[in-house]
Design a protein around this ligand. Structure first.
Ligand code: ASP
Length: 418
């Protein structure tokens, strides 16, 4: 993506996207359902273009990233730093959720059973930590790539990239050059698709505003407020503190450099769809090397979802509160841990977080028709919450990339707003 901060504002992508969001909202309100029916396909087409590039981009990026890390120690070090950051930030996020839900107590005294229920999307997720681990190793790589099974793809690409580093120089150079060239082609393709972003966003927002009914229940509003406060706290307190403490990076500069991917995450509700933009902005504006960015970000888009971790924790405890359960400290700790796990298992697509909430609910034995009714009404208002938590998911990934890059001696990271 070109640096466009010298262009007039109306030619800068993030302004175009913001304008498209406003125009989309106005169109949705004014023209309602017919506009959604006429314009919806444009949004779908744009999402499909983004999805089209995810697998080859992640593949090229991880293999060339890992292969360029150099084998053995260097890779191991990068891997443990990245994983350490992801676990720390997600655990903090789930704890923030726990704090907020105990402070605001959105579900206490609410009468929600009998509320309108919507259908839950079907999504296969692991039911236990062991199952999650088994899911990560693909039985068949081609099948994993064909079905977009990101954890399995990432696992294969990491070990394949690592294997390249062990080859004799001649073969190794052929393969690293090949994957580097492949990556460059994928990046060029990405930039081309991103030019159409404002049009895609316009259509997506029009449809969302035209089709979402704003039926509001008081408890649901309180629930939304709790999630909003938790996600905001994580965005403006926890992550900035991590940036300062772990890497002495100015959160203000990092935030300013990241505005485009944040807006895109917000309008697409998908960290996966945002990944191409996150990668190019983290490299070109934040200033992280390709080596670190292509290692940290694809993995982060899939496993590191802080906004989702806040959401899982608040959502599960909200349901427990509505049903009148008083959870013990141990049960609350289990919720925090499974919320972390569920956020790892959630796919980087819209609404994935709401589906994996059943992992958390199962862990504390909450099941049955009443639970389904409450989850159904949570689904009705999930879209705006999903937009917000996705933006924070992406922001945490970029913070991770910046922190790991600084710790690897990359002094140019986030020195100015670019
Ligand atoms: N939509 C989120 C994402 O892609 C996942 C979620 O539903 O929480 O990051």
């Amino acid at each position: 993506m070109k640096h466009d901060s010298n262009l007039p504002w109306y030619r800068q992508l993030h302004w175009q996207v913001l304008l498209a969001m406003v125009l989309g909202a106005v169109t949705g309100v004014v023209f309602g359902e017919p506009a959604a029916a006429r314009l919806g396909w444009i949004g779908d087409l744009f999402m499909q273009l983004l999805r089209m590039i995810i697998v080859p981009l992640v593949l090229a990026s991880i293999i060339s990233g890992v292969a360029s890390v150099g084998g053995g120690r260097a890779l191991g070090r990068l891997f443990s730093k990245t994983l350490g950051y992801y676990l720390l930030s997600s655990l903090l996020a789930a704890s923030v959720g726990l704090m907020m839900v105990n402070l605001i107590r959105p579900g206490v005294g609410a009468n929600m059973v009998g509320a309108a229920s919507s259908e839950l999307p079907e999504l296969e997720t692991a039911n236990s930590p062991v199952e999650l681990l088994l899911d990560i190793v693909p039985e068949n790589f081609v099948q994993a790539a064909a079905t977009g099974d990101m954890l399995a793809i990432i696992f294969f690409c990491i070990v394949f990239g690592a294997a390249i580093t062990t080859l004799p120089d001649k073969t190794r150079v052929v393969l690293t050059d090949l994957f580097d060239a492949f990556l460059q082609a994928m990046m060029a393709l990405t930039s081309g698709i991103i030019k159409f972003l404002p049009i895609g966003v316009f259509a997506l927002i029009t449809r969302m505003v035209a089709t979402t009914g704003f039926e509001s229940f008081q408890a649901l509003a309180m629930y939304a407020l709790t999630i909003g406060s938790g996600v905001t706290f994580h965005l403006v307190v926890t992550l900035p503190v991590l940036l300062i403490v772990l890497a002495k990076i100015s959160p203000r500069i990092h935030f300013a450099n990241m505005r485009e991917p944040l807006l895109i995450a917000f309008s697409t509700s998908s960290s996966g769809a945002t990944l191409p933009v996150t990668m190019s902005v983290v490299e070109e504006k934040v200033g992280v090397s390709n080596k670190v960015a292509s290692f940290v970000l694809p993995m982060g888009a899939t496993v590191n979802m802080d906004g989702t971790a806040v959401f899982e924790c608040v959502g599960a405890l909200f349901i427990a509160q509505v049903l009148g359960f008083d959870l013990t400290l141990m049960q609350q700790a289990i919720v925090v841990l499974t919320a972390l796990l569920a956020s790892i298992g959630a796919a980087a697509v819209p609404s994935a977080g709401l589906v994996v909430i059943f992992i958390v609910l199962e862990a504390i034995g909450l099941r049955g028709p009443a639970v389904n009714v409450i989850v159904g009404s949570m689904l009705a208002i999930d879209r705006p919450l999903d937009m917000y938590r996705t933006a924070v998911n992406v922001f945490s990934d970029s913070c991770g990339a910046a922190i790991v890059a600084r710790s690897e001696g990359e002094t140019e990271v986030d020195t100015e707003v670019r």
